[in-house]
Design a protein around this ligand. Structure first.
Ligand SMILES: C[S@@+](CC[C@H](N)C(=O)[O-])C[C@H]1O[C@@H](n2cnc3c(N)ncnc32)[C@H](O)[C@@H]1O
Length: 253
């Protein structure tokens, strides 16, 4: 019997895996240790030229992994074609592995909590931020799936660089909770510790009663009177930047 082709492998893993849409998502996932059972492209030479130019560190891995398929086969695998015409499937890390990463102490970088977020694009942008700042993880409460394909697309393959999991407020990891709210104390006078749980409210209704009850500190980002609030993802960006400017941020090469 002949070995299974890339499309057979794709169909075997499609229901249980995460779609990596485009060159950058695949590059990031590989850099952060994702298990990628299959990767396809309509133009292997163009994909490897992109790797030579932008990501020589994963060029050999891509060379071994990428299979060229006819364009109609590629189109049949993705909801909408990506300009790089590269797609791959990655194995989603187990909940147990993520819980282990989130619970590990001493924690050297904060966990970001999105309390009942509604917007998939915001969640993806926050995962990308958390990856960039080396945060321990991104936890969501509520019904939004942080591994939804739209969130994964927004995260640019960086779900594999941090621990992404959905939990209830009662299940949050231990550590001091700094809850972000415009009514809190000015963050500029607050030191965010490396073991912090940084909690952000829903786009619609802010922090839930459960999260407020768990908060040790309520902190505010500077904002002019008459402006009600910032966008969720930009609030996370400012807060992680504040942590980085006052503590143990990731090393910048
Ligand atoms: C779009 S805002 C929520 C607005 C919502 N209508 C409300 O009632 O709070 C989403 C989250 O971003 C954070 N946020 C936005 N602006 C902030 C500010 N100036 N200070 C602290 N946190 C802020 C908070 O965690 C907030 O719950």
């Amino acid at each position: 019997m002949s070995a299974p082709g890339p499309l057979d492998v794709w169909h075997k893993f499609a229901d249980t895996s995460v779609l990596l849409d485009g060159f950058h998502a695949l590059k990031h996932a590989l850099r952060f240790g994702a298990e990628v059972p299959v990767a396809v492209t309509t133009d292997r030479a163009a994909a490897l030229a992109l790797a030579d130019e932008l990501a020589p560190d994963v060029r050999n891995t891509l060379d071994a992994l990428l299979t060229q398929v006819p364009a109609p086969a590629y189109w049949s695998l993705v909801p909408r074609p990506h300009p790089t015409e590269i797609a791959a499937l990655a194995v989603r890390p187990s909940r147990a592995a993520n819980l282990d990463r989130l619970a590990r102490t001493p924690r050297t970088a904060p966990v970001v909590v999105l309390d009942n977020p509604r917007n998939l694009g915001n969640a993806g942008a926050v995962i990308r931020l958390a990856a960039g700042f080396g945060a321990t993880g991104v936890v969501t409460t509520g019904t939004l799936d942080p591994w939804h394909p739209t969130v994964v697309r927004g995260g640019a393959g960086l779900h594999f660089a941090t621990a992404v999991e959905r939990l209830t407020v009662a299940e949050l990891p231990s550590g001091p909770v700094f809850a972000l709210d415009p009514e809190g104390e000015d963050i500029r006078g607050t030191k965010i510790t490396d073991d912090a749980i940084l909690a952000f409210g829903s786009e619609r209704s802010g922090l839930s009663a459960d999260l407020r009850a768990r908060a040790d500190h309520l902190v505010a980002l500077p904002m002019r009177p008459q402006v009600s609030s910032y966008n969720l993802a930009t609030s996370v960006a400012m807060t992680l930047y504040h942590w980085s400017a006052t503590g143990g941020a990731p090393h910048v090469p």
